[in-house]
Design a protein around this ligand. Structure first.
Ligand code: NDP
Length: 249
């Protein structure tokens, strides 16, 4: 049986903006302390630390690229030094470099695969030893509807996000006997900087095919992540929950 989330400690990759930021705040509201990673924007990281401290929890920002395998090990060491424990990992950091395959450079391919897929390997590999030793742990990977129902112009992203689903299911089976759960969520179109670059015309076309008739909000993803890391879902592992307003039906 898992305890409540009180006093647990989480790592959230890519916490400064969008879905990751909402997840950090939602975890803090559940009385979890958090270490979150980011790459570029220190002032956004500082403002998140302040926001979390107003909730009465502690957030530690760690500037680290999820593509950095050794850096992931250092991240886990730092978190255990800072908080003395580690219970939850949310692999959220991700990017897109959308282009038709004809126009896609090798860099467009490797940047997305290295961040969205290998990044999940790096941080999970770094955390898993702790989880196995303590015989408890909870991992949620942020995949995408693009990994289940791919659309044209995203071969790199679709391959990475489908890879995350395979990774989630394989690992879930491997570590279930150690009381470690591994699940994924597959958001549809969520209002963040990532979708902010889509053209107005394209957004209009999307709204016609999303049964709910709107994009999702980051906190609608965060709420499902909270469910998955809580004891309310303790018999759920190896699953992918779509959060897409019905788009992927
Ligand atoms: P945003 O672009 O709004 O935010 C991305 C976050 O990831 C930022 O905090 C960014 O940090 C961080 N990040 C990017 N690259 C790295 C890296 N190499 N190492 C560490 N951190 C990094 O994205 P969203 O919130 O929209 O997306 C979050 C996740 O949800 C992604 O995995 C995305 O693929 C997935 N998703 C999003 C959907 C959407 O519609 N928005 C739909 C389906 C899935 P910094 O600010 O420093 O750049």
């Amino acid at each position: 049986m898992e305890d409540s989330l009180l006093k647990k400690v989480a790592i959230v990759t890519g916490g400064t903006r969008g879905i990751g930021r909402s997840i950090v705040i939602a975890l803090a509201n559940e009385e979890v302390d958090i270490a979150f990673t980011y790459v570029k924007n220190k002032s956004l990281a500082d403002s998140l630390v302040e926001e979390v401290s107003k909730i009465g929890r502690r957030a530690v920002p760690i500037q680290m690229d999820v593509r950095d395998y050794e850096g992931s090990k250092t991240l886990v060491e730092k978190v255990k030094e800072e908080f003395g424990r580690l219970d939850i990992l949310v692999n959220n950091a991700g990017i897109t470099r959308d282009r038709s395959l004809m126009m896609m450079s090798r860099e467009d391919w490797t940047e997305v695969i290295d961040t969205d897929l290998t990044g999940v390997f790096n941080t999970t590999r770094a955390c898993i030893i702790t989880f196995l030793k303590q015989k408890s742990g909870n991992i949620v990977n942020i995949s995408s509807i693009g990994g289940i129902h791919p659309i044209p112009g995203q071969v790199n992203y679709s391959a990475a996000k489908a890879g995350v689903i395979g990774f989630t299911k394989s690992l879930a089976g491997e570590v279930a006997p150690y009381n470690i759960r591994v699940n994924a969520v597959a958001p549809g179109f969520i209002e963040t900087d990532m979708t902010g670059t889509l053209s107005g015309k394209y957004k209009e076309r999307l709204l016609e095919v999303i049964p709910s008739g709107r994009f999702g909000m980051p906190d609608e993803v965060a709420r499902v992540v909270i469910f998955l890391v809580s004891d309310k879902s303790q018999y759920i592992t190896g699953q992918v929950i779509q959060i897409d307003g019905g788009l992927g039906m």
